[in-house]
Design a protein around this ligand. Sequence first.
Ligand code: HEM
Length: 510
Amino acid sequence: MTFWAVFLCTLAVSLLGGLYVLGAFRRRRPNEPPLDKGIIPWLGYALDFRQDSSGFLSKMQRKHGDIFTVLIGGYYFTFVMDPFCFGAIVKESRSKLDFLTFAAKLVLRVFGYKSNKDNNSALHSFNTKHLMGEGLSLLTQSTMDNFQKLMLFKLSSGEEKQPWQEAGLFHYCYNIVFRAGYLALYGTESYQGTGNKKKAHEQDLIHSNQLFTEFRKYDRLFPRLAYAMLPPRDKVEAERLKRFFWDALSVSKDSQKENVSRWISEQDQYLAENGVPDYMRDRFKFMMLWASQGNTGPTAFWLLLYLMKDPEAMKAVKGEVEKVLREYGQEVKPGSPPVNITRDMLDQTPFLDSAVEETLRLVAAPILIRAVLQDVNLKMSSGREYTLRKGDRVALFPHLSVQMNPEIHPEPHKFKYDRFVNPDGTKKDFYKNGKRLKYFNMPWGAGVSTCPGRFFATAEIKLFVSLMLTHYDLELVNDKEEIPAIDSSRWGFGTMQPVRDVRFRYRPRV
Ligand code: HEM
């Protein structure tokens, strides 16, 4: 009798525990947002979300309005679509809404890096020191040198036109921008190691190209790796690629490099001095490679493609770049050295700035996530207050709620190169319901996790596009080419990628 009583009690407790984990008892409390658990226990809407996050969230917004809680893979996410309360979320104290808890789990899974909260504020200080201000001028110059090395070494003497070369525009842009950024941040081959300067340069070209090839393999697996949804064979490949990058960027190879950026070297030195073992420092460097190179090349691709599809925009941006070059006494002409674009020059291109921002509006789509550590009250612009429940996650998807919102950006699907600039060169303001908005474009995230590389990324994209427009004749192989659709499996991870590449031709202008 006693045995059966114990058995039945254990069974009942396990059953109730199981149902609890599956979310069966979760009910919407007063003042909480609408709750939608879907029909599959525990998984909830994981599959719909994974397949096309933007399509799914758009459907939920139509069903529930500007705030709703959905079950996704065992977690309750409250999505807030009202841009007037973004400030309250991204500025809330870390003791209530925390970025690090979620990020730490993700970086352990995707890069093998175990973060330590104690190191965070020191590491952030290196971002401010080296990715902004004076540090940014040094990095911009070094990136410019590497672009010249990668793009302009085969320029003709101007005697005769060189033949057209054909390539995939996405591959070309991603490849060149990745390699220039990588060499600027992680350093170049040491002359001493190779014997002479020419050999060291050749080595840089070969090595950076190999690294890009492997990076793209990892890049393709990345979304499914982040969602822990890789099939076994791809899992093995992802592990191989991680080991490849840990080794390629290993601190044991530091002596073979020179011109390593201070952003990388000082962060690494700090970790070493604070007892982080070598193997974990290698993983940190891999994480920084992903953060710094995964979005910039794809953004450069979209910008160049939008310009090539829009003659008026192309004329305005190209004219602006050529004007700045002339003002600094430079011109692309036969026999002259490649142009050298400095940070000062990049500060004088309002149309190009607006075109970069417009490109990011269309294709940058991060999902910003915070863990709710205590119950938090949130007031919507309608005046209604909601409670975010402790233990849940709160998320923003500005691409849908702001960047593609026709109330804020009329004709949101159209590339308008001058959308962000007034005719006098000043920046435009944006409004919703007649009220001025602070958050009208959020490609870089916001608050504690705002991208620290945003100024450097913008400089890289502007350098690359300026060099392409001034040094090369460019044309699409098919002049009727449509802009390819966005690959909807990548929502949430930064700049989106196209479902297919676009063929183009290029040749040096002189
Ligand atoms: C177009 C290019 C880029 C885009 C669209 C972009 C976007 C973003 C976004 C949205 C975040 C925040 C993620 C979150 O809140 O969860 C982020 C974080 C970050 N980005 Fe970027 N990024 C770009 C380029 C760069 C570059 C060039 C660097 C470095 C040189 C960089 C370094 C970082 C780092 C270190 C973080 C993590 C910040 C933290 O954890 O506090 N990014 N980026």
